[in-house]
Design a protein around this ligand. Structure first.
Ligand SMILES: [Fe+2]
Length: 343
């Protein structure tokens, strides 16, 4: 039953041409999540209407109620990732809850921020190079990531950027749409030596097992809920510049495929498609990986603590992935220590 003292106020997301903002006033975490999960509120429908981005504020109580954070995450799809079963490095584990990934510079977690930029907050590729969609190196790829600010640095540091890839696709010229519809990008984990810098340096890629190999993904994905087409691509470390980044096009960091990906990244990360989230403790951002890019930004890790919790929702990647086994899980008999994934 919904608590009478709980209030949800929704509206457009200030500073963005997409997304929605939800301000939560509730006496505790359970009441807040109960209200958000009320079927009349239809939080999953609101995510689709907002082109894949919801920004919730007023949820600081969730930091002491991880089970309510998991309960809220479950509203966005049929399955949550259990990071202890997916070769994730233990430094990302939440001490009690297997579905929560902890991204933090606190002792024991030791997750560093991106490098400090030379000027003000860079937004557009290639001034900003860590644009990506989570776990695109997996088939089927995940649906939605929830990111919760437990401890955050000052507001002018550690922002998270989101780009609307539905609007970016729509704004492409007809010739580019015709060129990319039907093409596949080749996505890779960053640590196996297939990113731009790895290939330029000439080192041999890391030998990997079958479940760690790069995978192909459509360059244009049709969202399984809205049906809208959206660009689906990644930054320079999360695509394969040895055999790709685009299947069937000239490979390599300077090939035709790389030029196409860079043109598309430059296009999709123009300020008109981007929202920059300035964190306050208790903010929760729901981002749909099927139709958004996102990027982390620098903060002064020597001075400020930062702790973010992430849950990853999967199970509705759409028709092209129907019936597929999870590509990233090793077959029986392979040691789970064969290759720890860095999140
Ligand atoms: Fe991410």
């Amino acid at each position: 039953m919904q608590n009478r003292n709980t209030l949800l106020r929704t509206g457009p997301l200030p500073g963005a041409a997409f997304g929605a903002k939800i301000v939560v006033e509730a006496p505790d975490a359970r009441a807040a999540v109960d209200a958000l999960l009320d079927s009349a509120f239809d939080i999953q429908g609101r995510l689709a209407q907002a082109q894949g981005l919801l920004v919730l504020s007023g949820l600081a109580a969730l930091a002491c109620a991880p089970e309510d954070y998991v309960r809220l995450s479950q509203a966005f799809g049929p399955e949550l990732e259990d990071i202890r079963a997916t070769l994730t490095a233990p430094r990302f584990f939440h001490p009690d809850v297997a579905e929560i990934m902890v991204l933090s510079n606190k002792p024991g977690h030791d997750h560093p921020p991106p490098p400090r930029p030379s000027g003000a907050l860079p937004v557009r590729f290639p001034d900003r190079i860590n644009w990506h969609t989570d776990q695109s190196y997996r088939r089927p790829p995940p649906d939605v990531s929830l990111l919760f600010g437990v401890t955050v640095p000052p507001p002018d540091q550690g922002q998270t950027l989101y780009a609307d890839c539905t609007a970016a696709y729509k704004a492409l010229d007809p010739n580019t749409k015709a060129l990319i519809d039907g093409l596949d990008g080749i996505h890779t984990m960053s640590w196996i030596g297939r990113g731009v810098e790895d290939v330029r340096s000439g080192v041999m890629p890391t030998p990997v097992l079958d479940h760690q190999k790069p995978v192909r993904q459509p360059l244009v994905r049709h969202h399984p809920v809205t049906g809208d087409p959206a660009l689906y691509l990644c930054e320079e470390k999360q695509m394969d510049y040895l055999d790709g980044p685009v299947a069937g096009m000239e490979p390599g960091p300077d090939g035709a495929g790389a030029r196409l990906i860079r043109d598309l990244l430059r296009h999709a990360t123009q300020e008109r498609f981007v929202y920059v989230h300035t964190w306050q403790a208790g903010d929760l951002v729901v981002g749909d990986n099927r139709c958004l890019l996102h990027a982390a930004s620098w903060y002064d890790s020597a001075t400020h603590a930062r702790e973010m919790w992430r849950t990853t929702v999967m199970g509705n990647a759409g028709a092209p992935y129907a019936g597929e086994a999870k590509s990233w899980l090793p077959p029986d008999g392979v040691s789970v220590m064969a290759g720890l994934e860095d999140a």
